[in-house]
Design a protein around this ligand. Structure first.
Ligand code: AMP
Length: 144
């Protein structure tokens, strides 16, 4: 299965905020949308960074209560790693495990076309492995 299959099922929406958005506002969005990260996009639509719940926790640890009034640009990761629609689930799981993050925005020809989380990928991976096991069981029973 490929990343594009996940995007077809879950949709291509990527929840985004401006770099000047206060961290408190971003936290409200994460909570209301039940997601773990937002993409940070500048006025022209360019990708400025990614802010995950982990960055907010780190911000509170480093700056205390003052962190929630800071702009997301102060806490976000600027060097964003992307997936491609043609990537396999195993390839994106390897990147997420090695780099220790749980979100990958998806770029196609330089254009943002979605975002996959580790939850999206693991869910499909379990389905894939279950189907494979059922196929093998049916094959063995048929042969027996
Ligand atoms: P996460 O596990 O996705 O909540 O994020 C852990 C850390 O990795 C945070 O500092 C995020 O800003 C950062 N991060 C998350 N996703 C990405 C990504 N696709 N590219 C670069 N950094 C990321």
């Amino acid at each position: 299965m490929l990343v594009e299959t996940i995007l077809k099922e879950k949709g291509r929406e990527v929840v985004s905020v401006a770099p000047t958005t206060p961290v408190a506002e971003a936290a409200k969005i994460l909570s209301a949308r039940r997601i773990g990260s937002v993409l940070v996009r500048d006025d022209g639509g360019g990708i400025a960074g990614i802010l995950s719940e982990r960055d907010i926790v780190r911000g509170i640890a480093d700056h205390g209560a003052a962190s929630i009034a800071m702009p997301v640009s102060a806490l976000m990761t600027r060097d964003v790693v992307f997936a491609s629609p043609a990537d396999t689930l195993d390839a994106v799981l390897a990147v997420m495990t090695e780099r220790r993050f749980r979100h990958l925005p998806v770029l196609e020809n330089g254009r943002l076309v979605g975002l996959v989380s580790i939850g999206d990928v693991v869910k499909r991976k379990i389905e894939e492995v279950t189907e494979e096991a059922e196929g093998l069981r049916a094959f063995v029973q048929g042969a027996g």
